[in-house]
Structures are given as C-alpha cells and as structure tokens.
Write a protein that binds this ligand. Structure first.
Ligand code: BDR
Ligand code: CA
Length: 305
C-alpha cells in the first residue's frame, strides 16, 4: 500500500510501555500515518510522558510533532502507574534520550486549531486519561464534526485494575471520560475485558527477542520489566498489551469482535441516578484473536530498525 493511501491519525497518549508499542506499530503500518502526538499526564507525570513520547518517536524514525498536554485531571486526585511502568514511565535503556523538544506545550489548542483546518475528519487514538480530549470537546464543540472516531483504551465490561471497579485511564479522569462518551463523537472502547486477552507470554516475548532488528529485543526487554508485576499482581502468564489493541483494530479490525453498547462512567451518583432509556454510544471490543494480534504485532515490530 502506498503512503498516499494511509490514514492520518492523531495520537493522545501517556507513554508508558504499552503506549510505546502502540506508537511503534502505528508507525510501522503502511495503513496509518501518525500526524501528531499529544501527551497527557497518566502513567507518570507529564514531563516524563512527553519526554518518553519524543524518545519513542525519534527511535522509531517518526517525525510526528509532539504537543504536551494537561498536567492533571479535571477534578479528581492525581494517581499514577509508576509501579507498572517504572519511575520514568519507560525503563528502556535501549531507547535513547530524544534529540528534540516538544513543538508546543498546549496540546488542547493545537488539537482545536488543527481539527478546524483539516478537510477530512480525523481518527484520534487515545491511550491515556481522556482529559485533553474532554477539554477540546468542551472548549470547541464545533470540532466534534472533524473527529471521525475516538478509538480509546480504557474501561472494562467487567472488573478494574486501579480498583475492583475501575480501569486506570478511566479512574485517572472519570469526568473527562464521561464528557468524551456523551459528546456524540463515535467511540470505540478497548477495555480490560479484551486487553487482558492479549498477554505477552514467554513464547511471544521470545518471538520478539528473536527478531533480527534492534527494535524486537528492546521491546522484549521492556516486556520483561512489565511481566513481573502482572505475574505478582494478577497471576498472569505475561503482561497485557492494552494500548496496542486500539492500533491493531485500526489495521486489522477482523481480529476483534465489537458490539455497540451504552457506556457511562460513574462520576459520583452511581450509574442508576436518573436513569432512563439510553441509546448505545460506544462500540465495545469484547473478544480478540490473541494469536492473530501477536502475529500482527511481531510482524510490524520486525519492520522497524
Ligand atoms: C492503561 O493504563 C496504563 O497503565 C496503560 O498504559 C494503559 O493505557 C491500562 O489500564
Ligand atoms: Ca497508556
């Protein structure tokens, strides 16, 4: 497929080990072009997530501009996931420090201005807390028409990881998530119910490690770091590759089964407060072909340097 037939995507993220994978496979795929990256606080603080985004993009050879976003959630207390991703969010000695700085420190206004100028609506991939996107939709509701879909990792149809009920990205800013879900923009959700089906088991990590390029072994090492906590905390046979599910679905949607559902985030009063009949607002991924997912991921990583 020629580069001209690629779909431009905007990428809002908090790298993060699995965010780094998502960026890398999006870059490696001929179907997608990362047009710009916006960063959010999340796994660690904004300075580190922004630095990590720059590191990863440099390393994979992407020239997408990076715009740093919000420092914290709309209303709730700050949480982080340094316990999962390490103090800097990306404990990956194989990924050097970046050679350049963010293009701006105002992701929200960048997105508003950019979306207002594009002629074709854009897909936004969101792999962190949804604060930047909620602010965009509140400050400039007109740009909703310029967003084709928001494909996000967050939530769950069953249990949580940050609490028994809540997934980390949703828990980081439940109000922002609810603003996005009720914005009228098409949303596609990759929650824990599906991302916990794509575990980087030892044979899958070994397949990455055996790749002849530089990227495969570096990603294998990062997954080794991620694996310990998933084994200790969940008894899983490998870490879950949450964020790359969003990108894998854009590249090969047949790997996933989705269903249109009503998704709301409990922001205070409980989901049944004032409830009446509500229409579906989100395509929710329910099942994934995990072997197919890892075949795609490993093939795309093999195309990196
Ligand atoms: C989500 O939380 C973060 O730690 C991961 O990067 C992913 O986006 C999983 O709950
Ligand atoms: Ca993330």
């Amino acid at each position: 497929m020629s580069r001209s037939s690629t779909a431009p995507v905007l990428f809002d993220c908090d790298p993060g080990i699995d965010d780094a994978f998502a960026l890398a496979i999006a870059h490696a795929s001929a179907k997608l072009h990362i047009e710009a990256v916006t960063t959010t606080y999340g796994n660690v603080g904004l300075d580190n997530t922004t630095n990590n985004a720059l590191r990863v993009l440099d390393w994979i050879g992407s020239d997408a501009p990076v715009h740093a976003g919000v420092q914290r959630s709309l209303l709730t207390k700050k949480v982080d996931a340094a316990g999962y991703h390490g103090a800097t969010g990306l404990e990956a000695p194989g990924i050097p420090q970046p050679s350049h700085k963010p293009t701006s420190g105002d992701a929200v206004n960048f997105l508003i201005d950019h979306l207002r100028t594009v002629s074709e609506p854009r897909t936004i991939v969101a792999t962190g807390p949804l604060t930047n996107l909620a602010m965009v939709l509140r400050l400039a509701p007109d740009v909703a028409d310029k967003i084709d879909q928001i494909v996000f990792m967050g939530g769950s149809t069953d249990y949580g990881n940050d609490s028994p009920a809540a997934e980390f990205n949703m828990m980081s800013d439940p109000h922002a998530a609810q603003i996005v879900l009720e914005s009228g923009v098409r949303t596609v959700m990759f929650g824990l119910n599906v991302t916990h089906q794509v575990l980087a088991t030892p044979p899958r990590i070994a397949a990455l490690n055996d790749l002849a390029n530089n990227a495969g072994p570096v990603f294998a090492q990062m997954l080794g770091f991620f694996a310990d906590i998933y084994r200790d905390q969940y008894g899983f046979d490998g870490p879950a590759l949450h964020d790359p599910c969003t990108v894998a679905w854009l590249i090969q949607p047949e790997l996933f089964e989705t269903e249109l559902m009503r998704v709301d985030v409990d922001t205070a009063n409980g989901l049944s407060y004032g409830r009446s009949v509500q229409s579906p607002n989100c395509a929710v991924a329910l099942e994934v072909d995990a072997d197919g997912f890892f075949a795609l991921l490993t093939r795309l990583v093999s195309q990196l340097n």
